[in-house]
Design a protein around this ligand. Structure first.
Ligand SMILES: *[C@@H]1O[C@H](CO)[C@@H](O)[C@H](O)[C@H]1NC(C)=O
Ligand SMILES: *[C@@H]1O[C@H](CO)[C@@H](O)[C@H](O)[C@H]1NC(C)=O
Ligand SMILES: CC(=O)N[C@H]1CO[C@H](CO)[C@@H](O)[C@@H]1O
Length: 188
């Protein structure tokens, strides 16, 4: 009986650490698919497919011999354009793009939204929106942390090829070492 209780509380603790936390809910975000599975391994793929709200550090725990050098967990949590070719938005310079964030479990941190070049994993514009006291557990989350707009800058020809650029939402909760990313593929 005692052993059963311990097993149950361990299972509940595991559930509460894996059940969480945040994604872009609109525009359509990068989704897991077979290219991601091949690149990062079936364990990371299963984890992200069953819960897209989880953090990058959680994925790291499932790195194994199937995880290739091309798996970049610090870029869109490893999700790939190859799985999202029919999922690309087109934005013009100066366009205002509404962003919706869905938070399942808050953790106080900082968050921002930037344009990232996926070939170099470098921010090429931004932050376009910054949230210094993000998704706090200390007070109600202000509406402008989950619903806001960004203005797409002029990017020249840098983002003319699909797959090259993403809008990346980044949320970092240092106090608990959890980092969340969610990406929208787009061209300009
Ligand atoms: C966004 O926030 C992260 C985490 O604090 C930080 O590392 C990154 O430099 C920020 N991005 C920009 C473009 O400032
Ligand atoms: C969000 O709204 C709060 C007031 O609720 C304001 O203090 C803050 O500056 C706003 N943040 C941004 C990024 O506009
Ligand atoms: C959500 C979504 O649109 N996913 C698409 C990503 O791209 C692949 C490959 O083109 C499609 O099969 C998915 O439907």
């Amino acid at each position: 009986m005692y052993t059963k209780l311990i097993a149950l509380s361990a299972a509940l603790a595991a559930a509460s650490t894996t059940c969480a936390h945040g994604v872009i809910s609109s525009p359509p975000r990068r989704q897991p698919g077979t290219a991601f599975e091949t690149t990062c391994g079936s364990q990371i793929y299963s984890q992200v497919s069953s819960d897209q709200y989880g953090n990058q550090q959680g994925e790291e725990q499932n790195i194994n011999s199937q995880t290739t050098a091309a798996c970049q967990l610090y870029l869109c949590k490893g999700l790939l354009y190859a799985d999202n070719e029919s999922n690309v938005q087109h934005y013009t310079a100066g366009q205002s793009v509404p962003i919706q964030i869905d938070i399942r479990a808050p953790h106080t941190g900082v968050a921002n939204v930037s344009i990232v070049d996926t070939t170099s994993n470098k921010v090429i514009a931004g932050p376009l929106y910054s949230i210094p006291d993000a998704y706090s557990t200390a007070h109600a989350i202000p509406a402008n942390q989950t619903s806001f707009s960004i203005t797409i800058p002029s990017l020249g020809s840098q983002c003319s090829t699909a797959g090259k650029c993403v809008i990346q939402w980044w949320w970092d909760a240092r106090s608990i070492d959890q980092t969340y990313m969610s990406c929208v593929d787009f061209t300009q």
